[in-house]
Ligand binder design. Structure first.
Ligand code: NDP
Length: 434
């Protein structure tokens, strides 16, 4: 088995794992409680906790009920079935560090369309009302917190006893293996890719399903949907639609091609995405701000522009690689670096690094529109409370850390060629600033 590379030092891994285990689950519950039961006000929740202490906090934490487990199970099984059985073209992923090339079925957009149509139809024809999901949200998040932990233990055991490919290995440290994962492409059987399920079909899909749920809840509670909620839902749906439109591209990114399936990525996708990523919409349910048509349209247009630029950055990089640097970038022949590297099996290979277009502005320019888009789907909440902005702040920290992590990885992969790229494109994220 290939030796697993450590993503961070053991100390940082222990620290982030302890934080994830001890701080993130209560944070998910506190955020849900504040949004749904404390008017979005951190002060109100703080007052409650001050008066009630630990006992009050434990009472606030919903138990995972049978309804919650049923909702999660129906949703999970439905998404797994779509992933397995919907038709899609055969796609080859990038060559892995051990020299394998994973094969996928590209049916994400179809699964997305079927999911949203089914969910809306269930509501429209009175078969299942999405407000049940909203009304059991705390219990659902609680069940996800515990269920995902068990899921990650199973992944760890699978990595030891039945790895799906040679892209698997142990760092020699049980905690690091559990946290960062052992397998790069774990599968059930030959075709069911676990990371596609956790990251795309469960995590990202839940974002769109919950965005619709919040919108429907506001409609059922007030008989109308405020323009702030419409802008928020529309932008989040455009973003997730873009994601599934480009899902094959996502299979070439760090999450899939470099990060192993462990607690860090799987817990994040199974719990953090449904609870934290959707939180601006969760806040708006009980805060129907009226922006006025003009302001609403400006925010909508700005958000769509950012999502488009983010998409175009990813598209430009992938088209450049797909055409082997032969396609035009912003109407001109691209400038590039041919970077060679050695795989873990000792083979020498080469990659092209684009140094013009978006990728000539900074080395991770695509994170700028990503962060701005999140700001634009949050700003309809206006500025009465800070909590709706938690996702934007979190995303900024995540992407700045990710840019550093990616730079470090590319430096060790490409050596002097990466140094050359850094000389040509000196800024990491924000051109002229950082
Ligand atoms: P990518 O994996 O898409 O891009 C980084 C990789 O691209 C590098 O590891 C390197 O891989 C290759 N690369 C780097 N520089 C160049 C270059 N100049 N030319 C060609 N290839 C290059 O990045 P991310 O996974 O971080 O982002 C993908 C998308 O996901 C973005 O839109 C991002 O905004 C979004 N995202 C969203 C998050 C969220 O929570 N909302 C979190 C993270 C990302 P190689 O080894 O192949 O050379």
């Amino acid at each position: 088995m290939a030796e697993a590379k450590m993503v961070h030092s053991p100390t940082l891994t222990y620290f982030s794992m302890l934080s994830l285990l001890t701080l993130c689950p209560p944070f998910v519950i506190l955020l849900w409680y504040t949004m749904v039961h404390a008017n979005g006000s951190i002060l109100q929740t703080w007052d409650y906790l001050r008066q009630q202490g630990l006992r009050g906090f434990l009472e606030m934490w919903p138990k995972p009920t049978a309804v919650a487990w049923k909702i999660i199970a129906c949703y999970g099984v439905f998404e797994a079935a779509l992933q397995l059985w919907l038709p899609g073209r055969r796609v080859e992923g990038p060559i892995s560090p051990a020299g394998n090339r994973p094969v996928y079925k590209a049916n994400g957009l179809a699964a997305y369309a079927v999911t949203l149509i089914t969910y809306l139809s269930l509501w429209w024809f009175g078969i299942f009302n999405p407000i049940i999901v909203y009304d059991h949200l705390g219990e659902i998040f609680s069940a996800l917190i515990f269920g995902s932990f068990i899921f990650c233990i199973l992944l760890y055991i699978k990595g030891h006893v039945a790895p799906s490919s040679t892209d698997c290995g142990s760092s020699g440290n049980m905690i690091i293996d559990f946290y960062w994962g052992m397998e790069l492409y774990p599968r059930i059987g030959k075709n069911f890719d676990i990371k596609v399920f956790t990251n795309c079909r469960f995590g990202m899909m839940s974002w769109s399903v919950l965005a619709l749920t919040y919108c429907i809840k506001q409609y059922e509670a007030n008989g109308r949907v405020a323009d702030s909620m419409l802008v928020n839902t529309a932008l989040m749906l455009v973003y997730v639609t873009k994601f599934f439109w480009w899902e094959v591209g996502y299979w070439n990114t760090m999450d899939i091609a470099h990060d192993r399936a462990g607690f860090y990525i799987c817990w994040g996708c199974l719990v953090w995405v449904p609870s934290i990523y959707t939180s601006p919409g969760m806040y708006l349910v009980n805060h129907p701000v009226d922006l006025g048509t003009q302001l609403a349209l400006y925010i909508l247009a700005a958000g769509i522009l950012c999502i488009y630029i983010n998409y175009d950055c990813d598209r430009q990089r992938q088209e450049f690689r797909r055409t082997n640097g032969k396609g035009l970038v912003w109407g001109k022949a691209p400038s590039k670096i041919v970077a060679t590297y050695t795989t873990t099996s000792g083979e020498t290979k080469s990659s092209l690094l684009l140094t013009s277009g978006w990728w000539g502005l900074s080395r991770h320019f695509h994170y700028v529109p990503e962060i701005l888009a999140a700001f634009f789907w949050t700003v309809p909440a206006l500025f009465n409370h800070v909590l709706p902005y938690f996702y934007v702040v979190f995303l900024t920290i995540l992407l700045f850390d990710r840019a550093k992590r990616d730079d470090d990885r590319c430096r060790s992969k490409y050596g002097k060629y990466w140094k050359l790229y850094c000389e040509k494109v000196p800024y990491r994220i924000v051109p002229g600033v950082y």
